[in-house]
Design a binder for this molecule. Structure first.
Ligand SMILES: [Zn+2]
Ligand SMILES: [Zn+2]
Length: 288
């Protein structure tokens, strides 16, 4: 398995500029892909990073896509109207929507994707998409399996602590030298509770990808906003006995200079705990 960060920024796209560079860590919002076997592909979230990812797969002639969503906040949806394969005849797409608690009936992501392409927000409405798109809900705790030939990736979910709810996902599948696991837990504000569904989901994972949007000082002022800090991510990884940590969902107010400082602090803290920790970078691919 390998995963690629197409977007690492939280909240809103943050283009680089000379006074506030963001090109090292990335300015596009959340989109990650997981690939395995001959043609296995799962795309998690449709932040603005999905746009470039779409061109990449269009060039490679891919016709079949599965998109898995964590929740429906804008920074996880906005790339979808710019996902070029959606406008190509012969493309099929399955879109998986989390069944979040205390939500009205109906498919959350289907409603949100239709709404964001309605007049007057976008010129090409959802019905103009040429791809054959199907929607399905993912129930909390449901286990799913995705195959590429006889190579299987198992997917499980757990609820994170985030306004309106959000799913984290665990992927178990073929890696270098055996079965490997990865947990993608964006948009989450811990407390670290060993009995929480997210910690259970993350137990002994090879990789934890975690929301570390704020510094500790910023988090003090933004409690309840549903985002974590690098030090909370580290605690989460240690409690869950994850082997490696990558922090993502960077704050739009943080430049490369600030992120580098935060990352250095995280690496030092991780070193003391014997855990390899770093910040994710847009376009980074990690082999598992
Ligand atoms: Zn977000
Ligand atoms: Zn969110």
């Amino acid at each position: 398995m390998k995963f690629t960060f197409w977007g690492t920024r939280g909240s809103i796209p943050t283009p680089s500029n000379p006074n506030a560079p963001t090109h090292e860590y990335g300015g596009d919002t959340t989109c990650v892909s997981l690939e395995w076997g001959e043609d296995g592909l799962l795309i998690v979230d449709a932040g603005t990073g999905l746009r470039r990812a779409g061109f990449h797969w269009l060039r490679s002639g891919r016709k079949k896509f599965t998109l898995l969503f964590t929740h429906a906040h804008w920074d996880h949806l906005q790339g979808f109207p710019f996902f070029a394969p959606g406008y190509v005849e012969g493309v099929t797409m399955e879109i998986l929507s989390p069944r979040l608690p205390n939500r009205p009936p109906g498919n959350l992501i289907q409603k949100a994707l239709f709404a964001q392409q309605e007049e007057p927000y976008f010129p090409a409405g959802f019905p103009e998409l040429k791809a054959r798109i199907t929607f399905r809900e993912v129930q909390p705790g449901e286990e799913m399996k995705f195959a590429s030939g006889n190579e299987i990736v198992r997917v499980q979910s757990a609820l994170t602590r985030h306004p309106g709810g959000c799913f984290a996902y665990r992927f178990d599948g073929p890696g270098r030298g055996g079965e490997r696991s990865l947990v993608f837990a964006t948009d989450n504000e811990p407390p670290i509770d060993p009995s929480s569904p997210l910690i259970k989901l993350t137990q002994n994972a090879d990789f934890l990808i975690c929301d570390g949007q704020y510094t500790d000082e910023e988090h003090e002022k933004r409690r309840g906003w549903g985002h974590g800090t690098p030090s909370l991510c580290l605690q989460e990884a240690v409690v869950a006995k994850a082997r490696r940590l990558l922090v993502t969902h960077f704050d739009p107010g943080h430049t490369d200079v600030q992120l580098e400082k935060m990352e250095d602090e995280l690496i030092a803290m991780g070193g003391k705990q014997g855990l390899q920790a770093a910040f994710a970078r847009q376009n980074q691919t990690v082999e598992l």
